[in-house]
Design a protein. Structure first.
Length: 338
């Protein structure tokens, strides 16, 4: 089972973790300044070294993936929305079957190493990312400054080139009206708070992406430690809010079961409505109120009700209205599964 359908440590609040390292090849301009021959050379060089990396990695040119399946990769958080829309013909991903490793080639930087896990697992992910990074650095000379560290296309990544992020599900903080206070505190501790798909995206289903701001003047160890501590504080605050809501007993039970009733009986569902209902139903399932579902079904419902996943499951492009009807059917199928 792929990581995005699994449940890890503290996954009632922290849905998933990601570690990303941005790297560029010495002597070649950043992607935005590269000539066609240079982009092609980066593509060919990385393709040639994949067998030496191991991990069951495969090299796939993005031009060999249709637009719908690119969007599926975005919905799984494996590639950025900008990368999916890139017109650069020399883009690629290096990915394994488990999809917990996905290296973007010629996105904003020449190389973006990404590793993923369900739940809060930043330390293990950091170890895996460093291991892959060292293998790559043995095969490719990186662009590094003695003064600044790793050089990257975006100034906010210079130094370690490290971005660690978690997806946090915070419905109880929203329901109790404490979400803004907690997010402001996190922001003041030097973290970025964004929507589900990063910068510029909106919050869906009470899910927030939280990541480190600083990459220069701090070590990888310090970034990892800080993000883990802040994640633990968020978990603590969300669970306190859930305990407060649970004291209201029937009121909370009524809300989550009403939302479950709509979700499981609707004849059509928009993507936005499905994600909002699933946020409530996940809360009810995590608190043991809703017995009809389990964690893995919730994970499957969250992913497979997204636009591109709905269309790939049906096997054809659909209008928005058709997607809404199929989404409701998919929800019923997943709920009935053994």
């Amino acid at each position: 089972m792929n990581w995005y359908l699994q449940n890890g440590k503290d996954s009632d609040v922290i849905i998933s973790s990601r570690v990303r390292l941005s790297r560029n090849i010495e002597g070649i301009p950043f992607v935005s300044k590269c000539k066609e021959g240079q982009l092609s050379a980066i593509n060919e060089k990385l393709k040639s070294i994949v067998p030496a990396l191991g991990y069951g990695l495969k090299y796939i040119n993005l031009t060999d993936i249709d637009d719908l399946n690119k969007e599926v990769l975005v919905e799984k958080h494996l590639i950025s929305p900008e990368f999916a829309k890139s017109k650069n013909p020399y883009t690629a991903i290096i990915i394994n079957d488990e999809e917990n490793i996905c290296i973007q080639v010629n996105e904003e930087d020449h190389i973006k190493i990404q590793v993923f896990s369900s739940g809060l697992d930043v330390e293990n992910l950091m170890n895996l990312a460093i291991e892959i990074d060292q293998k790559l650095e043995d095969l490719i000379p990186y662009s590094v400054s003695k003064k600044y560290g790793y050089l990257t296309a975006c100034p906010t990544n210079v130094g370690t080139g490290l971005k660690i992020s978690v997806l946090a599900h915070l419905p109880a903080l929203s329901l109790t009206g404490n979400i803004r206070k907690v997010l402001n505190a996190v922001n003041n501790l030097g973290m970025s708070i964004r929507g589900l798909y990063g910068e510029g995206s909106k919050v869906e289903g009470d899910i927030y992406q939280i990541s480190n701001n600083q990459t220069l003047g701090v070590t990888e160890k310090e970034i990892t430690k800080n993000l883990k501590l802040i994640s633990q504080k968020i978990i603590e605050q969300e669970r306190l809010a859930r305990k407060f809501l649970a004291k209201k007993g029937e009121e909370l039970e009524d809300k989550v079961y009403r939302d479950y009733g709509v979700l499981s009986n609707a004849r059509k569902l928009s993507e936005e409505e499905a994600q909002e209902l699933l946020s409530s139903v996940k809360l009810g399932t995590d608190l043991g109120i809703i017995k009809e579902l389990n964690d893995s079904k919730i994970s499957k419902l969250i992913l497979e009700t997204k636009s591109a996943n709905v269309q790939v499951k049906v096997g054809k492009k659909l209008s928005v209205y058709e997607q809404d009807i199929e989404r409701a059917n998919i929800v019923k199928q997943i709920i009935k599964e053994d």
